[in-house]
Write a new protein. Structure first.
Length: 567
């Protein structure tokens, strides 16, 4: 490995507090200047946008300081873990653009060594086997202002504890009958130091070790020791682990092993969603969403299916920075990051989601022109595409008003607008359904001199509309996804309500859209800008017979304002 050094480009912006700590350690030669981080998920669910921040942080810091990052699964609870989650987590990390190379580890790799560490504590009279039930331990734990009561089994001899712990391992005792506890201080103001449980009995099949073990270390006991075994230099955790740090350090110190440095940062909270694995699991299991990869979910696989790009999520993580105290990030910043990315990458298409027919009365009946439009104005290399133009077109229904208000610059009786990449048209009359009064046809005339290359092509009008030609239009299914909750903080409960009471009933609307024929070339996961509407991606549900598009985001933050961006 190259000799660690502080990157010169860091001077371009101020350091966050984690970078300050790491650079100070490098200057002082701590750990010989090594930087070695880890991303340690529990394989008991799918990762969400909060985990994405942690992934970007751990891998990003190591990359910045020429270090290493491990991917380690803290798989200490076989009851809740599954290989499905392991596979999904690895896929998410890779998709975000990070590579753990040959450094894939599991806490279960170290079960024998962690067991030996527990034996060290027993021999030092720092751990004991306790026969109290979970309820009894809870009752005697005390409160933050009242000390707990010591277990009657706390004074067991070293020999008895070793014997019982070995027999626990051999499977002699049923689940819940005994635990191994640390012997620390039942009067500690830190509740985590009040003789915490180190091992519990679980006769459960483990997805990697099978039935080899029937006792499993608690997360708090396995986590720090796994960091130590892997020689992690900076164990970066979210803020809720700050109160666990004295216990983390106590274990390391009492066992007498290499000591990583634990540092906490604020976890990511985003408006209009929930980040609790338990709540996300409820939404999936109770059918409020269509699986973990539902595009309304804050899971990484859900964001991927929605159409977010790894670049946009990495940019989001960089933009929000690293804080020492919990805060809430507005989801509109995440949406801004994907707009910025897709504006440069996404080819344009014209699509009409709520069509109304436009008939150009003075256009030749059987004529079909091929007009040209730029595929992506941000990238000239994308070239141009052909647009068929004919007598009968479709525009968006809300791009027309019979009696418009001031500053309505779209189509209305007697008014002119430009059809994008085509002609200026003027509304002459309308045809309504006599039963409902709904507008069925808009009759217009077009000015043939206003096409590109014609004498009046630069004539100015205030409105520009998108459109599709009726005869060549392709029908596609469009899923209009919106925010999953109507309340900014769904965890801020009113009396008698649960977070599920704030689910957005309009978080998904499905419409049939008409799209220009270029859409036939679309492939699954490709992103497009539907002009004047928003960014969309081709969903995995698409078939050769029917394309399905997901809306990624509207063209601008339109929450509560409607989605239209006027021309």
């Amino acid at each position: 490995m190259e000799e660690p050094k502080i990157p010169e480009e860091k001077a371009a912006r101020s350091l966050n507090f984690l970078e300050e700590i790491i650079e100070e350690d490098i200057r002082n030669g701590v750990n010989e200047g090594r930087v070695h981080t880890r991303f340690p998920p529990e394989p008991n669910g799918y990762l969400h946008i909060g985990h994405a921040k942690s992934i970007c942080l751990n891998f990003g810091l190591a990359r910045r300081y020429n270090g290493l990052t491990n991917l380690r699964f803290d798989d200490t609870n076989p009851v809740k873990e599954d290989v499905e989650y392991v596979d999904s987590i690895m896929a998410d990390v890779r998709w975000l653009g990070f590579d753990w190379e040959d450094r894939l580890f599991y806490a279960s790799d170290y079960f024998e060594q962690i067991y030996d560490y527990a034996m060290v504590l027993i021999r030092k009279e720092k751990a004991y086997v306790c026969d109290m039930t979970a309820e009894e331990m809870s009752e005697t734990r005390g409160t933050p202002t009242r000390p707990g009561k010591e277990s009657p089994f706390r004074t067991r001899s070293v020999e008895e504890n070793i014997d019982l712990f070995n027999r626990m391992r051999q499977g002699e005792f049923p689940d819940g009958s005994r635990v191994l506890r640390a012997k620390i201080d039942m009067a500690s103001p830190n509740m985590h130091m009040r003789d915490p449980v180190l091992y519990r009995i679980l006769h459960a099949h483990h997805h990697r070790t099978g039935d080899q073990w029937c006792i499993y270390p608690m997360y708090d006991f396995a986590h720090g020791q796994s960091d130590s075994i892997e020689k992690i230099t900076h164990s970066i955790c979210t803020l809720e682990f700050e109160v666990h740090r004295p216990l983390y350090e106590w274990f390391i110190r009492e066992i007498g092993i290499y000591a990583p440095r634990q540092i906490e940062f604020a976890r990511l909270n985003v408006t209009y969603t929930v980040m609790s694995k338990r709540k996300l699991l409820e939404l999936v299991q109770q059918g409020y969403v269509n699986g973990w990869d539902d595009p309304r979910m804050p899971t990484i696989c859900g964001l991927r299916r929605r159409g977010f790009t790894p670049e946009s999520i990495r940019n989001f993580a960089e933009t929000i920075g690293v804080a020492k105290r919990d805060n809430v990030i507005d989801v509109s910043l995440l949406e801004f990051c994907i707009r910025e990315d897709l504006n440069r990458k996404a080819n344009r298409l014209m699509a009409v989601l709520d069509p109304v027919k436009v008939i150009l009365d003075n256009y030749p009946d059987d004529q079909v022109e091929e007009l040209e439009s730029v595929s992506n104005p941000e990238d000239e290399s994308k070239g141009k595409r052909k647009l068929p133009f004919s007598k009968t077109l479709f525009i968006e229904r809300d791009d027309f008003m019979e009696d418009p208000p001031n500053k309505f610059f779209r189509l209305a009786p007697g008014r002119e607008v430009r059809l994008k990449a085509a002609y200026i048209i003027r509304c002459e009359s309308i045809v309504k359904d006599p039963a409902t009064g709904k507008i069925e046809e808009i009759h217009c005339t077009y000015d043939p001199m206003t096409k590109s290359g014609m004498p009046d092509s630069n004539r100015k009008v205030k409105g520009t509309l998108h459109w599709v030609s009726e005869q060549q239009a392709v029908k596609v299914e469009v899923r209009l996804y919106d925010r999953l909750f109507v309340k900014e903080n769904p965890d801020d409960l009113e009396e008698g309500k649960t977070y599920k009471d704030y689910l957005n009933p309009d978080s998904l609307k499905v419409v049939t859209a008409l799209v220009e024929p270029e859409v036939r070339n679309a492939k699954v996961s490709e992103k497009y800008q539907f002009e004047r509407i928003g960014y969309f991606t081709v969903d995995a549900d698409s078939t050769p017979e029917k394309l399905v598009f997901n809306r990624v985001v509207p063209l601008k933050d339109s929450w509560g304002k409607g989605d239209k961006v006027t021309g």
